[in-house]
Design a binder for this molecule. Structure first.
Ligand code: ZN
Length: 171
């Protein structure tokens, strides 16, 4: 099967002190990491995402299934956003939070903006393709009319290790 190019990942240093901004999301990020693990069964790059409703409950989840379904748009975030929109019954996901193990790409950052999600929490940076500050900063571009809050670096080491372990098996 075709192997995807490895994203270049820059792990952040492990926090040495309590970090109220990031610590709040570690439980949900662990769920996203577990979701990401499901991707490898089909040879997909392990990226996992959750959408939390305004009350914090999970209303959408997805893992990268590009190889599984042969769909170039089947990134974890898009899969989770579609499920969340079905659950809510409309396309607007105002008040929702998206948790994802890897920095969103340009497509996913665009989908996040279009869905009106209020907050994005991600783990590892993707310096090669990331659109949340690495290569582009789509979600905080002041020319767009919706800009979610972005929290990065939640369990970044664990998220990055999961990806590195996958790409090590592909060599
Ligand atoms: Zn993407």
């Amino acid at each position: 099967m075709p192997s995807a190019p490895a994203p270049r990942l820059a792990p952040l240093p492990a926090p040495v002190r309590p970090d109220p901004v990031r610590d709040r999301w570690t439980g949900q990020m662990r769920l996203a990491i577990a979701e990401a693990a499901l991707a490898t069964a089909t040879g997909d790059v392990p990226v996992g995402a959750l959408v939390l409703g305004p009350d914090g409950t999970v209303i959408g989840r997805g893992h990268n299934e590009r190889e599984a379904v042969g769909d170039p748009t089947a990134h974890a975030e898009v899969v989770a956003i579609r499920e969340a929109a079905r659950a809510v019954g409309e396309w607007r996901l105002a008040g929702c939070t998206l948790i994802v193990t890897l920095e969103p790409c340009t497509m996913c950052a665009g989908a996040i903006v279009l869905s009106r999600i209020d907050r994005v929490v991600f783990g590892a940076l993707d310096e090669k393709a990331g659109a949340a500050g690495s290569l582009f900063d789509v979600m905080r571009d002041r020319r767009l009319n919706h800009r979610p809050e972005v929290v990065h670096g939640v369990l970044a080491d664990e998220c990055g290790d999961q990806l590195r372990a996958f790409f090590d098996t592909q060599r």
